[in-house]
Design a protein around this ligand. Structure first.
Ligand code: PRP
Ligand code: URA
Length: 209
């Protein structure tokens, strides 16, 4: 069974409460999504392997540690996942970025794929899938399935808000994928929106409503 990690760090919780507020502007919403992604990335990469190297400081040699050549990729689910990419890239400037385009059919709530573009060596990389909202889990589960189909073996999912339904769906479909969220909310409403949630993440990031 996969691990579900809920980040209770005060900085993340503070930013999340502003994010949820319906009066928060598009500009501030975008900045907050990016900042929360950056803070979550810090914790979600805690298990990256390190190796020792010796550096010459101006004073003496120092045995230091650096990330040991682990190949990583960040894969946002379009559109809303795009809002989390800058925060991740600012922490990991050399990371490769793949894109999966999915939208939820409003009638069936099932994900529809319209784009899939990965770095050529994606099967050698550990992947962090990012999408601010894990609602029914249909989009995240489909994204992970597409990545597994092209040979990716190690995948994590990072979402800002998760619903219990989405977490359950991911754990059933992909018990090998650990899930990182800043909050686990109460339930989904009849339209598949997370309650209390923050509304439509894509619309709030891109100002399309
Ligand atoms: C939202 C969100 C997720 C999905 C979550 O995207 O960004 O991708 O819904 O819902 P699920 O867990 O029930 O699949 P949406 O389909 O609204 O597309 P958008 O990002 O292009 O606005
Ligand atoms: N997608 C969103 O953007 N928000 C929700 O609450 C559910 C799905």
């Amino acid at each position: 069974m996969s691990k579900v990690c809920v980040f209770d760090h005060p900085l993340i919780q503070h930013k999340l409460s502003i994010l949820r507020d319906k009066n928060t502007s598009v500009k501030e919403f975008r900045e907050l999504i990016s900042e929360i992604a950056m803070l979550m990335c810090y914790e979600a990469t805690r298990d990256l392997p390190l190796e020792e190297i010796t550096i010459e400081t101006p004073v003496a040699p120092a045995v230091c540690r650096r990330i040991s050549g682990k190949k990583l990729a960040v894969v946002p689910i379009l559109r809303a996942g795009l809002g989390m990419v800058d925060g991740m890239v600012s922490m990991m400037p050399n990371v490769k970025v793949g894109h999966i385009g999915l939208f939820r059919d409003p009638a069936t709530l099932e994900p529809v794929k319209y784009y899939f573009k990965m770095p050529p060596d994606i099967e050698e990389r550990d992947v962090i899938v990012v999408d601010p909202m894990l609602a029914t889990g249909g989009s995240a589960s489909a994204a992970v399935t597409f990545l597994k189909e092209v040979g990716v073996r190690h995948i994590k999912l990072m979402s800002i808000i998760g619903a219990p339904e989405g977490v359950r769906r991911m754990q059933e479909d992909h018990p090998d994928v650990d899930i990182f969220v800043a909050a686990l909310d109460d339930h989904l409403n009849d339209h598949g929106y997370i309650v209390p949630g923050l509304g439509d993440a894509g619309d709030r990031i891109f100002g399309t409503k």
